[in-house]
Ligand binder design. Structure first.
Ligand code: FRU
Length: 524
């Protein structure tokens, strides 16, 4: 398991630079054409998405030159995964965002089949460096004969808008195929990089590389091997210190049959909390725990904000089933709302929507406390003409000790073609029998069916915070140690929100609704 070689960081080569510029111009033109055909019925109002085309993992999340930057895996030609580029969005305040030009395109032999995921770090000289995986198909066509992956660098001197590629910094280790997703940070005076790799024995591992100067990288050690032998790859690893412990976040890939509520998606994310210091392995203090229990939350990447908060950006999308927006609307995938991370005393990760979300609130309605009768519906939004819930935050608190309902439900994305005699909706639901909170898309208009749910640990108080955008629903439960995030594509017409009780009463102690503005409005 040799570390491979190093090349000099960021040395411009005129011909290579011209090739990259041409590749970016081509991509930008293709995307502009696609954007002209974009349908906005489900396009997010307060979630970051590509202007058109495909998005997956957030990459290079950072604060640089006075702005927050999120790059992302991007195929600008179509709303499906293809040769990966890095798209780019930026924000001064994490509230208002703007689309930036595409930052990276395949242009070198080593990244000919994709500029895959990676991360960003500011160099001591003020440049922004991004480390990413260069991908090549072994047969030059597709992945059927395997892939060749190396870690590469590119640098920017204009605040993260344009990049000069610097080539390979870590070559493919002998015999290794899957080897990707470098996450870089500074630990003391040593630069560290974790990379996901499938070992020669087929095990999912996280490897650590170190560097004194961001240029010469050497293999340190395998810091983590997934104890489950059926897991062969730990995509997008991220290792960071949080509230006195270390958290290792990753996407375990397995072909094992999903059992119970865990790992139901094509791609799932979780974490292990443990101990780590430079010069040693990561020593887990906990078992693997699911990060988000919904259909769509993958490849989170974290950063430390200037004010010290640990922020996580995750991708809501899917590789496996076609999404409604993909088929007809010329875009696919969005980021979840950024989350602030903390650890509870019993070492569970709590992930709350960042406080900045409150600045998107336009009008707020306080419905106070009330009791909903047995098998009752109360329409919260959408009863009056023009009253359409397309971007909304719902804060609900229920006294379960004073409620007899078997289920407490918020029906969101509720649409109808017969004046609401019947309707289609996505059900956000506390189920007292299962003691879980979930999202059920069994009768959602334009989404594949199925439900996901998280364990409920709130005792007698059900507290939900639900973020509803035009094509997604995120549910934060209690102390935010569990979230359920799924895409959801409503039908045409007014989108209602209804509170419903099942087989009993619901004692609402507080219910507030906030209409949210667009992150793209008033962009600076
Ligand atoms: C995770 C992932 C990464 C890879 C990228 C390619 O979603 O498979 O491991 O770098 O997407 O787009």
């Amino acid at each position: 398991m040799d570390a491979g070689q190093s090349t000099t960081v960021g040395v411009p080569d005129a011909e290579a630079a011209a090739r990259h510029t041409a590749a970016l111009e081509r991509a930008q033109t293709a995307r502009a054409l696609l954007q002209d055909t974009r349908n906005d019925r489900w396009y997010p109002r307060f979630h970051v998405a590509a202007p058109a085309g495909w998005m997956n993992d957030p990459n290079g999340v950072c604060f640089h030159n006075g702005r927050f930057h999120v790059y992302y895996q991007h195929f600008p030609d179509a709303a499906q995964w293809g040769p990966m580029h890095w798209g780019h969005a930026s924000s001064a305040d994490l509230v208002h965002w703007r689309h930036e030009p595409i930052a990276l395109a395949p242009s070198l032999p080593e990244d000919a089949d994709g500029v895959w995921s990676g991360s960003a770090i500011e160099a001591p000289d003020g440049r922004l460096l991004v480390f990413y995986t260069g991908n090549r198909w072994r047969n030059g066509v597709d992945d059927t004969d395997g892939l060749v992956q190396v870690q590469m660098v590119a640098s920017s001197t204009d605040g993260g808008t344009t990049f000069t590629k610097g080539g390979v910094v870590i070559d493919t280790p002998e015999g290794i195929g899957d080897f990707r997703d470098p996450k870089v940070w500074l630990q003391g005076d040593t630069y560290c990089m974790v990379v996901a790799a499938t070992s020669l024995q087929g095990r999912g591992q996280v490897w650590l590389y170190t560097s004194p100067d961001l240029e010469a990288w050497s293999f340190d050690r395998v810091i983590f091997t997934d104890p489950n032998p059926a897991v062969h790859m730990l995509e997008c690893p991220d290792l960071f210190e949080l509230d006195g412990h270390w958290v290792l976040l990753y996407g375990p890939m397995t072909t094992a049959r999903p059992q119970g509520y865990l790992n139901r998606n094509g791609h799932n994310t979780g974490y292990v909390v443990g101990k780590w210091s430079l010069g040693g392995e990561f020593v887990p203090s906990t078992d693997y725990t699911q990060y988000d229990w919904g259909h769509h939350y993958y490849a989170p990447q974290t950063m430390r904000a200037p004010d010290g908060r640990r922020l996580s950006f995750g991708w809501m999308g899917g590789f496996t089933l076609p999404l409604a927006s993909q088929q007809a609307d010329a875009w696919s995938g969005q980021l979840a709302v950024p989350r602030e991370l903390h650890l509870t005393d019993d070492l569970r990760l709590s992930a709350s929507p960042i406080g900045e979300v409150a600045r998107l609130r336009r009008t707020s309605t306080d419905l106070g406390s009330f009791e909903l009768g047995v098998d009752a519906d109360r329409v919260l939004i959408g009863a009056a003409p023009g009253d359409d819930a397309q971007a909304l935050e719902i804060e609900l608190e229920v006294d379960l000790a004073a409620s007899s309902a078997e289920q407490v439900c918020l029906l969101v994305h509720q649409t109808s073609s017969d004046g609401f005699a019947t309707s289609q909706f996505t059900k956000v639901c506390f189920d007292a029998l299962a003691n879980r909170v979930g999202i059920d898309r069994g009768v959602t208009a334009r989404t594949d069916r199925g439900y996901r749910s998280a364990p409920f640990t709130g005792g007698d108080t059900l507290r939900l915070r639900v973020l509803v955008d035009r094509g997604s629903v995120e549910v934060f439960i209690g102390d935010d140690t569990a979230a359920v995030s799924s895409l959801s594509f409503p039908g045409v017409g007014v989108r209602r929100v209804t509170l419903a009780s099942v087989a009993g009463t619901v004692a609402v102690t507080s219910l507030r609704l906030h209409e949210l503005g667009s992150i793209w409005d008033d962009a600076d």
